[in-house]
Design a protein around this ligand. Structure first.
Ligand code: BGP
Length: 462
C-alpha cells in the first residue's frame, strides 16, 4: 500500500481576518473586511476567535494534535497599514512571534500572503483595478521575505483568487456597478495574476531555498450527463473556474477556452506591453488548493432565468457556456454544500496530470452547527466522517501516483465563516462564543481533535 510520504505535512488552516480579532490594535490599518457590510445575522470581525491574543494557547493545542504545519495568513494591514506606505513594526513583531511559536514545536509555518483582506486605503484608490496595487503587493511581499524569509519555507500567494473573481462582491470586494462588474473583475484578475507571478520570482531570487505556490479553490466540474453538449459545458466551466488560474500560474499563459469565453462576453482585460513577459517564468514550486466539493453543469445554451444552481453556488451559470446544476448522487451538509470525497480523488488526479507539480491541500472541511452535549462535549462525528472519507480518497490518489505532500483541513480552530457567521463552525478546537454573545472565548477540544491526533500519529492510517 502506497502510504502518505515520510514527513507528510499534516496540519490545518485559518485566515487572519476570520480568526484574529484585534482588528484595530497595534497599528493595524482597516481592510475591506473591516468596512464591508456584514451579512444579516452574522457578527463582524472585530473579535473573531481572539487568536491575535491567544495564539500561544492555540498553537500549543495544534502541537498537541501533532501538527507538522500550520497554514495561516498574514494581514497585509498589520504589516503596512495603508497598503503601500510605512511598515508597522508592531505588525512585523507579531507575526515574527507567531512564526517562532510554531517553530518551537517543530511546526512549519505555511503562510498565505493575502486572504480576502485587501487594505481599505488601496481599495479607495481603485483596489485591484488600479495597476499601482501590483507594485504595492510586490513591495509587501518583499517586506515579508526580508523579515521572515530565513524562517519560513512555504509561502502561498493569494487565497482563492478564482472565487474572488467568480463571487467578488460577496467575498469582500466592495460594491461595484452591477452592469460592469464582470469586466472590472477580469481586469482585476489580470493584475492579481501579474502580482502573483512577480512575487514568485521575487521569492526565488531573495530566498532560493524557500517554496511558493498559488492557492486557488479547485473543484473538478462534472457534466450532468454524457450528452456531448453537457461535456462541452463542463469543459467550459473547468476552464473558467479552474484552469484559467493554474495555467497562468504554471505556464504563464491564458487558457484558450477561458480566453474565448472572455472574448465572447467582452471581458478581456487590457494587456499592456510587458505584461505577458511578467506573467511568464514564475515557476511555482508546488500547487496548493482548497477543495470542498465538485461542481456539476449542464448544457449552457439555456438563458439564465431557466438555470438552477446548487445551494452553494452564487453564480449559477453563464448563458451559452454552462448551466450550474446539482448532483443527485451527492449528499449535502447542513449548509447545503455537496459532499464528494470521490471527487477529491478525481480533482487531485486531474490537477496532477495537467501540471505535474507537488501538491498540498490547504482547505477541506465541514461547516456545521456544533453543539455541546449535556456533559459539555462536542461530539462532531459528522466532521470526522467527512474528513476520514476525504483522507482515504487522497490516499488512493497517492496510490494512483499523485505527488501530495500535505493536508490542511479548514479549520484548525472555530472562526468566522466568510458569509455565514460564527455559528458555522469548522474547527477541531471549539471556541466558547455565540454569534453575538462573546462569552469567555475559552477553547475546548472537540471529539475530532482526538481523532485527528491519531490520524497524524499514524501518518494517515486513522
Ligand atoms: C474558503 C475560504 C475560507 C473559508 C472557507 C469556508 O472559500 O478560503 O476563508 O471561510 O471557504 O467557507 P465559508 O466560511 O463560507 O463556510
Amino acid at each position: 500500500m502506497n502510504k502518505y510520504k515520510e514527513g507528510f505535512l499534516w496540519g490545518a488552516s485559518t485566515s487572519a481576518y476570520q480568526v484574529e480579532g484585534a482588528s484595530a490594535e497595534d497599528g493595524k490599518g482597516q481592510s475591506v473586511q473591516d468596512v464591508k457590510k456584514v451579512f444579516e445575522g452574522t457578527s463582524d470581525f472585530t473579535v473573531a476567535s481572539d487568536h491575535y491574543h491567544r495564539y500561544k494557547e492555540d498553537i500549543a493545542l495544534m502541537a498537541e494534535m501533532g501538527f507538522k504545519t500550520y497554514r495561516f495568513s498574514i494581514a497585509w494591514t498589520r504589516i503596512i497599514p495603508d497598503g503601500d506606505g510605512e511598515v508597522n513594526e508592531l505588525g512585523i513583531k507579531h507575526y515574527s512571534d507567531v512564526i517562532d511559536e510554531c517553530l518551537k514545536y517543530g511546526i512549519e509555518p505555511l503562510i498565505t500572503m493575502y486572504h480576502f483582506d485587501l487594505p481599505y486605503e488601496l481599495e479607495k484608490k481603485g483596489g485591484w483595478s488600479n495597476r499601482a496595487t501590483i507594485d504595492a503587493f510586490v513591495n509587501y511581499a518583499k517586506v515579508l521575505f526580508e523579515n521572515y524569509g530565513s524562517r519560513v519555507k512555504y509561502w502561498l500567494t493569494i487565497n482563492e483568487q478564482n472565487m474572488m473573481i467568480l463571487h467578488g462582491a460577496a467575498i469582500g470586494t466592495l460594491e461595484m456597478d452591477e452592469s460592469s462588474i464582470q469586466k472590472i473583475l477580469y481586469q482585476q484578475n489580470h493584475h492579481m495574476l501579474i502580482a502573483q507571478a512577480l512575487t514568485m520570482k521575487l521569492l526565488h531570487s531573495m530566498v532560493p531555498e524557500a517554496k511558493i505556490g498559488p492557492a486557488p479553490n479547485i473543484a473538478y466540474v462534472y457534466p450532468k450527463s454524457c450528452n456531448p453538449k453537457d461535456i462541452i459545458a463542463s469543459q467550459n466551466f473547468n476552464a473558467i473556474r479552474n484552469w484559467l488560474y493554474l495555467d497562468m500560474a504554471v505556464y504563464g499563459r491564458y487558457n484558450v477556452v477561458a480566453w474565448n469565453f472572455m472574448q465572447k462576453k467582452g471581458l478581456t482585460p487590457e494587456i499592456l506591453e510587458g505584461d505577458m513577459e511578467a506573467l511568464k517564468g514564475a515557476n511555482p514550486d508546488f500547487i496548493a488548493f482548497n477543495y470542498y466539493s465538485t461542481a456539476t453543469v449542464s448544457d449552457g445554451e439555456k438563458d439564465l432565468e431557466e438555470q438552477k444552481g446548487g445551494d452553494q453556488q452564487i453564480a449559477v451559470g453563464e448563458p451559452g457556456f454552462y448551466n450550474g446544476d446539482s448532483n443527485g448522487y451527492l449528499q449535502r451538509t447542513e449548509f447545503g454544500w455537496e459532499i464528494d470525497p470521490d471527487g477529491f480523488r478525481i480533482t487531485l488526479r486531474e490537477v496532477y496530470d495537467r501540471y505535474q507539480l507537488p501538491m498540498i491541500i490547504t482547505e477541506n472541511g465541514l461547516g456545521a452547527y456544533d453543539k455541546e452535549n449535556e456533559n459539555g462535549d462536542i461530539i462532531d462525528d459528522y466532521r470526522i466522517e467527512y474528513l476520514a472519507k476525504h483522507i482515504e480518497q487522497a490516499r488512493l490518489a497517492v496510490e494512483d501516483g499523485v505527488d501530495l505532500f500535505g493536508f490542511c483541513p479548514w479549520s484548525a480552530i472555530d472562526l468566522i465563516s466568510t458569509h455565514q457567521g460564527f455559528v458555522k463552525r469548522y474547527g477541531f478546537i471549539y471556541v466558547n462564543r455565540d454569534e453575538f454573545d462573546l462569552k469567555d472565548l475559552s477553547r475546548k477540544k472537540k471529539k475530532s481533535f482526538h481523532w485527528y491526533k491519531k490520524v497524524i500519529a499514524s501518518n494517515g492510517d486513522d
